[in-house]
Ligand binder design. Structure first.
Ligand code: BEZ
Ligand code: FE
Length: 300
C-alpha cells in the first residue's frame, strides 16, 4: 500500500492515467497534473485558497453566455492566449504576418464593401486610409484574398456597444484586386477597456491593472491554400501601447497614420501595411480565437 504525501500523490495520479489510449490527451493531462501539483506545492496552497479558486472558476463559467466568453477573457488577461497564438505561428510551414487576438467582437456576416469604401456608416471624425497588399511568404500577390476588418469607433465603442442589437457598423469585408491590393477608409479607433463587470474584471482590479487595450484595427485574411491570418494593427502612439491588458501587441504589428503621397487616397492620412500569408500545410486547421456562441451547449 502506497503512503501518499504531497509528492507521491503526483506519481499516483500519473500512474492511474497511464493507460489513456489517446496519446495527445495522455500527454496534455500528464503535463497538466505535474504542473498543477507543482504549483500547489510551490505556493503551499491551503484548503481555503483551493476553495476560493474553485469558487472563482465557477463564477467565470457562470458569466459565460452565447455572446460573452469569460473563460477566453481569463485566458487573455493571463497571457495564455498570446502564448497559444505564438505557438500556432511557430507551427506554420513558413512565417507569415504575426497573429494577434481575435477577441470577442468578431462577427460573421459583415457587409461586403467595394475597395475604397468607408467602414463606418457615419462619422464626424477625420478619416484615414488603411491600404496594402496581401502576398504569400515570397512576396507573390494573392489576388482575391478576403480581408475582414472590424474596430471600435473614435469613442472606443464596437457596433454592439454603440448601437445595440444586430446593427453592423465599423466593420466590413473586402476582396483584394488582381494585384492583391486592398484599401478602405475608416477613422482612428479609440482604445477601450475589456469587459470589467465580471469575475475577470474583478481580478484585473485586484491586480491594480488598468484593463485597457490600445487603439487597434482587427484583420482576418483568408485565401484558398493559405493559413488563415487573424491579426490586428496597433497605433504606436496610444498611451497603453506597452501595457495591453491582453498581450496582443507585438512590435511587428505597430503602425502610425501619416501623410502618404503613395496612398490610393493621398488627401487622407494613411497606414500602409502589407500582409504575408503562409501556405497551408496538409490537413492544417485551427482558427486563433473562437466565437463565444460556438462554445455554449446547444439549447435543449
Ligand atoms: C478585442 O480586441 O476586441 C479584445 C480582445 C481580448 C479581450 C477583449 C477584447
Ligand atoms: Fe478589439
Amino acid at each position: 500500500m502506497q503512503d501518499l504525501d504531497e509528492n507521491t500523490a503526483t506519481d499516483a495520479a500519473l500512474a492511474q492515467m497511464a493507460n489513456t489510449p489517446n496519446p495527445r490527451l495522455k500527454q496534455i493531462m500528464e503535463a497538466a497534473v505535474r504542473h498543477l501539483h507543482a504549483f500547489a506545492r510551490e505556493v503551499d496552497l491551503t484548503p481555503e485558497e483551493w476553495l476560493t479558486g474553485i469558487g472563482y472558476l465557477t463564477k467565470v463559467g457562470q458569466a459565460c453566455t452565447p455572446i460573452r466568453q469569460e473563460f477566453i477573457l481569463l485566458s487573455d488577461i493571463l497571457g495564455l492566449s498570446a502564448v497559444v497564438n505564438a505557438l500556432h505561428d511557430k507551427k506554420a510551414r513558413e512565417l507569415g504576418t504575426q497573429s494577434s487576438l481575435l477577441g470577442p467582437f468578431y462577427r460573421e456576416g459583415a457587409p461586403e464593401l467595394p475597395l475604397g469604401a468607408c467602414i463606418l456608416e457615419t462619422t464626424t471624425a477625420p478619416q484615414i486610409t488603411l491600404y496594402g497588399r496581401v502576398t504569400d511568404n515570397d512576396g507573390t500577390p494573392i489576388p482575391g484574398a478576403r480581408v475582414q476588418v472590424w474596430q471600435t469607433n473614435e469613442h472606443g465603442l464596437y457596433d454592439l456597444q454603440q448601437h445595440g442589437g444586430e446593427a453592423m457598423d465599423m466593420r466590413g469585408n473586402f476582396c483584394c484586386d488582381d494585384q492583391g491590393n486592398f484599401h478602405f477608409r475608416t477613422v482612428r479607433p479609440l482604445g477601450y477597456s475589456i469587459p470589467m463587470d465580471g469575475p475577470v474584471g474583478e481580478l484585473v482590479q485586484q491586480q491594480n491593472r488598468h484593463g485597457f487595450r490600445p487603439s487597434h484595427i482587427h484583420i482576418l485574411i483568408s485565401a484558398p491554400g493559405h493559413r488563415e491570418l487573424v491579426t490586428a494593427l496597433y497605433f504606436g502612439d496610444d498611451p497603453n501601447i506597452e501595457s495591453d491588458t491582453v498581450f496582443g501587441v507585438s512590435a511587428s504589428l505597430v503602425v502610425q497614420a501619416k501623410d502618404d503621397p503613395d496612398s490610393p487616397i493621398p488627401s487622407l492620412q494613411a497606414v500602409r501595411y502589407d500582409f504575408r500569408l503562409a501556405r497551408a500545410a496538409e490537413g492544417e486547421s485551427g482558427r486563433v480565437g473562437a466565437d463565444p456562441a460556438a462554445l455554449m451547449p446547444a439549447a435543449q
